[in-house]
Design a protein around this ligand. Structure first.
Ligand code: NAP
Length: 342
C-alpha cells in the first residue's frame, strides 16, 4: 500500500525501450522534473551510454523477451530504489517492434512469434515482475499499444495481432488491479514516422520477398512488391503526425495527473479516423481501406479491374457510410444542444 514507508521518498518510473523514439523523449522530459527518479530500460549498449552523466536517470539493460534480463533488471531496480531513496510508482511498457510488413499470405509463423515476443509477452513479463511493487505504491502502469490494436491495417497482420493482443491484455489488467488502486492507461499513438519503429520496414519487406515461394512471387508480382516498398515513404511523409512529442507527453500525463485516463488516443489519425472506423460496419471499413488499385496483386489484375472487384460492396458501403455520418453529426448536434443548456 501507499503507506508511510514511502514517506519522504521520491517516486520512480521504469520505462522499457528508452534507446530511441518515444521512450527516449519520455526519459528526457521526466528527468528534467526533479520529482522523479527515472529508470530507463535500454535494449542496446548505445542506449545505456547516452544517459551517462544524467543524475536523474539510472540506465538499466533490459531485453523484455528474456526472463534472465528482466530478473537482472529487477535486481538493479531494487538497488537503485534503495540508493536513491525512492519507490516504484510507475511502469511504462513502451518497447515495441514492427518488422517484416507485407500481405498476410507472406507472413510466416516466425514473424508473429518475433513481434508477439516483444509487443505482448514482453509486456506480460515486465508487468508480472514489477506489479508487486506497483501494487504496494498504488501506482500507475502505462501500456503503449497502437491504432493497429483498434483497426486491422492491411499488410500488417503480425503487428496488428500483437497490438490487438496487448490491448486486450491491458483491458483485463486494468480491471483486475482496480481493487489494488493501481491505474492502467493504454496509449494509442497514430502514425509517427520520426521514431525508430519503421527502420526495419523496407529491409524486412525485402527479406520476405526474397525468401518467398516462387509461385507467390509470380502471383503478386514485382510491381506490387515495389508498391509496398513505396508505402513507407508515403506513410512517413503524408500520413505521419507532425509532432512526436505528444506521445511522451500523453504518457507523462498518465503518470502524473490526479485522474489518469484509461485510454489516450494520440495523433490526429488516432483521435479522429480511428475513433470513427471501429463504429462503422465492417464492409464500409473494408471499402474505405482497400480502395487503392495499387493494392492489387498481378494475378488479380489480369483477371479483373479494381472497380469490378469492389463493385458489389460499393453502393451499400456508400449508403451505410452516409447514414452513419448523418447519425454521428445528428448525435453531436443534439449533445451540443443539450450541453449548451447546462
Ligand atoms: N511510431 C509510431 O508510429 C507508433 C505508432 C503506434 C504505436 N507505437 C508504439 O510505440 C512504442 C515505441 O515505439 P517508437 O515508435 O518510439 O519506436 P522505436 O524508436 O523503435 O522505440 C522502440 C524501442 O524499443 C526497443 N526494443 C526493441 N526490442 C526490444 C526488446 N526486446 N527489449 C527491450 N526493448 C526493445 C528498441 O530498441 P532498438 O532501437 O535497439 O531496436 C527501441 O528503443 C512501441 O510499442 C510501438 O509499437 C509507435
Amino acid at each position: 500500500m501507499n503507506t508511510s514507508s514511502n514517506a519522504g521518498k521520491k517516486k520512480a518510473v521504469l520505462i522499457s525501450g528508452c534507446d530511441t523514439g518515444f521512450g527516449k523523449t519520455l526519459v528526457e522530459k521526466l528527468s528534467k522534473r526533479n520529482d522523479f527518479v527515472v529508470l530507463a530500460g535500454c535494449f542496446t549498449k548505445e542506449g545505456i551510454e547516452q544517459y551517462r552523466g544524467n543524475d536523474n536517470v539510472v540506465a538499466i539493460p533490459l531485453d523484455v523477451t528474456s526472463d534472465k534480463s528482466v530478473a537482472e533488471a529487477k535486481q538493479m531496480v531494487d538497488d537503485a530504489l534503495g540508493k536513491k531513496k525512492a519507490y516504484l510508482f510507475g511502469l511504462v511498457n513502451n518497447a515495441g517492434i514492427l518488422t517484416r510488413p507485407g500481405p498476410t499470405e507472406w507472413q510466416d509463423v516466425n514473424n508473429y512469434e518475433r513481434m508477439m515476443a516483444v509487443n505482448l509477452y514482453g509486456v506480460v513479463r515486465l508487468t508480472n515482475a514489477f506489479l508487486p511493487l506497483i501494487r504496494r505504491s498504488q501506482g500507475r502502469i502505462v501500456i503503449v499499444a497502437s491504432i493497429a490494436g483498434r483497426v486491422g491495417l492491411s499488410n500488417n497482420s503480425a503487428y496488428c495481432a500483437s497490438k490487438y493482443a496487448v490491448s486486450g491484455y491491458a483491458e483485463v489488467l486494468r480491471r483486475d488491479v482496480i481493487p489494488w488502486k493501481v491505474a492502467v492507461s493504454v496509449v494509442e499513438p497514430g502514425i509517427f514516422g520520426q521514431t525508430g519503429l519503421y527502420k526495419n520496414w523496407q529491409t524486412g519487406l525485402d527479406e520476405t520477398w526474397k525468401t518467398l515461394d516462387a509461385g507467390l512471387r509470380e502471383d503478386y508480382g514485382e510491381k506490387y512488391y515495389q508498391y509496398q516498398r513505396g508505402l513507407l515513404g508515403y506513410a512517413k511523409k503524408t500520413l505521419s503526425n507532425p509532432d512526436p512529442d505528444i506521445v511522451p507527453e500523453a504518457i507523462l500525463e498518465a503518470l502524473t495527473c490526479d485522474k489518469p485516463q484509461r485510454r489516450y488516443r494520440v495523433g490526429r489519425d488516432s483521435n479522429t479516423l480511428f475513433r470513427l472506423l471501429p463504429l462503422l460496419p465492417d464492409h464500409v471499413v473494408d471499402f474505405l481501406l482497400t480502395r487503392n488499385p495499387g493494392w492489387l496483386p498481378a494475378a488479380v489484375q489480369q483477371q479483373a479491374t479494381g472497380s469490378e472487384i469492389y463493385a458489389n460492396d460499393a453502393t451499400g458501403s456508400i449508403v451505410a457510410g452516409a447514414l452513419l455520418g448523418l447519425s454521428v453529426v445528428g448525435t453531436a448536434t443534439v449533445v451540443r444542444g443539450l450541453l449548451s443548456r447546462l
